[in-house]
Design a protein around this ligand. Structure first.
Ligand SMILES: [Zn+2]
Ligand SMILES: [Zn+2]
Ligand SMILES: [Zn+2]
Length: 333
């Protein structure tokens, strides 16, 4: 359980993935419905009702995007069992295998969903136009003709907002600004060439510059939601920049041969990174086979985090994967 889930309600479970809704969605709904929604503005009540429909559509589209991430992550053997929808977009908690290719596919699959939905919703919009006898010989141009909206009624207007939501989400998400999908794609592509940590450093610096620019624009526009998104992006880019620095240092540390992280398959780093809860001594979890060298407290079943891929797994799992010490691996934790 992370802090996002704690403040969320469980909606449903699909393909073994639990979908949560963050309570802050209430604010987003109020904002969209009464202030900024894309709905038809034919009368006050109609505006609000159709904005409710648009919010639900936005919600469904974001959800499909997140399922794209989660299912792609699974397809390459990664772990993905939680999606949290919160006002600044969805978050699919994915841990793909720690390889640039697997990471790239897990990230690409989200925007890919919107890419598939764009021609579908554009087709629906052209159908609406045909029904109203408005379709011309140049349908592509009619995808971006707001003057038509006044002539297609509420349902037509709603169909257009589906197309618009997908298009805006895709363009925004593909900006190469970490933590947006485009920035994460940049990270995984650079990973192939300069390694994971240095790639994250580059992507997060571009992310911070992008977020700063976005923040200035958001203030200029005076849009509260855009300001919130920009601040969220900045916080994430800064945290990724710090992470990258830590990872670069971690990469200098030698490994304990013969053991392997159950998620990324890399041997654990050597060093006194752990503190015994019983006697307080700092020790190397793997040198002592999951036991404190001073008081012999057993940590085999205690979950610890891999310094390379950040996946959490019990200490014993590192021994189970390894082939070097079958006696220890067979021991109950
Ligand atoms: Zn995404
Ligand atoms: Zn690992
Ligand atoms: Zn101890």
């Amino acid at each position: 359980m992370n802090s996002l889930q704690n403040r969320s309600i469980h909606l449903f479970r699909l393909f073994g993935i639990d979908v949560y809704l963050n309570w802050m969605w209430i604010f987003a709904v109020v904002y969209f419905v009464f202030l900024a929604g894309p709905g038809p503005k034919h009368g006050k009540l109609q505006f609000e009702l159709w904005n409710v429909a648009s919010v639900i559509a936005l919600f469904a589209i974001v959800l499909m995007h997140e399922f794209g991430h989660a299912l792609a992550c699974r397809s390459v053997g990664g772990k993905a069992d939680t999606i949290v929808l919160w006002p600044l977009g969805g978050v699919a908690f994915v841990s793909p295998p720690w390889r640039p290719g697997a990471m790239l596919w897990s990230i690409l699959a989200g925007p890919l969903v919107n890419m598939i939905l764009i021609p579908i919703t554009a087709g629906l919009w052209l159908l609406v136009l045909r029904q109203h006898g408005l379709l011309t010989a140049h349908p592509m141009a009619q995808l971006f003709e707001p003057s038509l909206l006044a002539r297609v009624g509420n349902v037509g207007h709603f169909v257009y907002s589906l197309f618009e939501i997908n298009l805006v989400l895709l363009i925004f998400n593909m900006l190469p600004v970490y933590p947006l999908d485009g920035g994460k794609i940049l990270w995984s592509v650079l990973w192939f060439f300069i390694g994971e940590a240095r790639a994250l450093r580059v992507a997060s610096v571009i992310g911070m510059i992008g977020a700063a620019g976005f923040l200035i624009l958001a203030f200029y526009a005076g849009d509260f939601l855009l300001i919130a998104i920009a601040v969220f992006m900045m916080i994430n880019a800064v945290s990724a920049f710090r992470q990258a620095g830590i990872r670069q240092k971690v990469q200098q540390i030698p490994r304990t041969a013969g053991l392997a992280c159950p998620a990324c398959g890399l041997a654990p780093r050597r060093g006194n990174f752990w503190q015994c809860g019983a006697c307080g001594v700092h020790f190397d979890m793997f040198a002592g086979h999951g036991h404190c060298p001073q008081c012999s407290a057993n940590y085999m079943s205690v979950p610890i985090q891999c310094l390379d891929c950040s996946t959490t797994a019990p200490v014993s799992a590192w021994f189970t994967v390894a082939t070097v010490d079958p006696v220890e691996a067979g021991k109950p934790a």
